[in-house]
Design a protein around this ligand. Structure first.
Ligand code: HEM
Length: 386
């Protein structure tokens, strides 16, 4: 399809507010060839969902198309069923061993402590002072390891987040590989040394772990570690900013019967995960467009989640929206393995914001990180009003 639409995911205007360009793409070029990414970009709900659920036609595992994938990249995210299903079952079971609600409850005193410590300041940065340390604490509690220095992990997270955009900016590939190897080395040491309860301990005890290559298991726990840190951090920022911009929503969420649907709606509305990619295993069509075997598609779930053909009043937060089959956690065999933890955490956070005595307000302009695949705030200046 020929079109004059310009979609530049790393332009600041797109990062700050991608929704106008998503709407334009959905309307005028729902299957859009992006030269720089060398990929088709999909923005309509049914197209994105159909790609994500049809793993036979749409591969995540590039070995199915004859590519070589380095060992350190092989984990549940980069494999497909049936190979991925066995590993995914093992990992998802290990993720359930520490109760995700307990993990979030254990983070509550620290959340309270951060607000107490920062409450007297004129203003503070919610991202570096609250979201980052809590994301690391929650993640280490899940995996069952002593937290590394926060600055070390923030550096790894930033490198891995930018690596996801290396199709748009190839200069992010090499630094991303380096920090990826750093995380792998950390993980190897944790597998050998940690004795804390959590995912690693549970995997050590499971009789099924031995039937998997060690590297795949460790790589997947590395993927879980970074997915957990990055999304707890990014979704904390996205949700708090949305609630500061629409304070009546926080107030409505005092009604606990709205919490489950409300959190799902917040994920639909402002999920930090913008999209993912798949590759066609054979020639196929989406609408009027032919996609050749080996061509890549990017499914922009953040655009699909605002598709007016699928969601009524898509640009509004409808806290009792039901059903709400949003794609914020993906769909199909790669659907988010940490959705329960993410949901429990956001419930805990919202309850805390409603229960703590001071009002949280915006104290300055939020600053986004220059990243496209994961849209996330670098700083969110806030103040507590007594
Ligand atoms: C609001 C927070 C979160 C959002 C929006 C989110 C979003 C997503 C999305 C969209 C996918 C699918 C990617 C694809 O199909 O290629 C995914 C997969 C995944 N997520 Fe999350 N996620 C969140 C939280 C978490 C947490 C807290 C963890 C870990 C505890 C986690 C672990 C994973 C893993 C391991 C996968 C890969 C699953 C697979 O490929 O089989 N996520 N997530």
């Amino acid at each position: 399809m020929t079109t004059s639409i310009s979609y530049e995911p790393l332009d600041w205007s797109t990062i700050v507010d991608p929704y106008p360009v998503y709407a334009e793409l959905r309307d005028r070029a729902p299957v859009f060839w992006h030269e720089q990414m060398q990929s088709w970009v999909l923005t309509r709900y049914p197209d994105c969902r159909d790609v994500l659920r049809n793993h036979e036609l749409w591969a995540r595992d590039l070995r199915r198309l004859g590519a070589e994938v380095p060992d350190e990249r092989l984990n549940i995210q980069y494999q497909d069923p049936p190979e991925q299903a066995k590993l995914r079952a093992l990992i998802v079971n290990a993720m359930r061993t520490p109760d995700t609600r307990d993990i979030c409850r254990r983070a509550r005193p620290d959340l309270e402590g951060h607000f107490e410590r920062l409450g007297d300041r004129e203003e503070f940065d919610l991202m570096s002072e609250v979201a980052a340390p809590l994301a690391l604490q929650i993640t280490c509690d899940l995996v069952g390891v002593e937290p590394p220095a926060l600055e070390t992990y923030v550096r790894i997270f930033e490198g891995l987040t930018r690596r996801m955009d290396s199709g748009l900016d190839p200069s992010h590939a090499e630094p991303g590989e380096k920090v990826g190897l750093e995380l792998h080395a950390m993980m190897k040491a944790w597998f050998e040394q940690t004795r804390l309860p959590g995912m690693i301990a549970s995997l050590r005890e499971s009789p099924h772990t031995k039937s998997m290559p060690d590297t795949y298991v460790r790589n997947t726990v590395s993927a879980v570690f970074n997915a957990s840190y990055s999304t707890v951090y990014a979704s904390t920022g996205a949700v708090v900013l949305t609630l500061l911009e629409q304070p009546h929503v926080l107030d409505q969420l005092r009604d606990r019967s709205l919490m489950a649907t409300g959190v799902a709606e917040l994920i639909r509305f402002c999920s930090p995960a913008q999209g993912t990619s798949r590759v066609a295993t054979e020639r196929t069509r989406i609408g009027d467009t032919t996609i050749e075997r080996g061509e890549s598609v990017v499914t922009l779930f953040a655009a699909a989640n605002r598709d007016p053909e699928y969601f009524e009043r898509p640009d509004e937060l409808v806290l009792d929206r039901s059903p709400n089959r949003h794609l914020g956690f993906g769909w199909g065999p790669h659907i988010c393995a940490g959705a329960q933890l993410a949901t429990d955490w956001l419930c805990e956070l919202i309850e805390f914001l409603n229960e703590q005595p001071q009002e949280l307000t915006l104290a300055g302009k939020p600053v986004y990180m220059r990243s496209a695949t994961l849209r996330n705030l670098e700083s969110l200046p806030v103040r507590l009003v007594h």
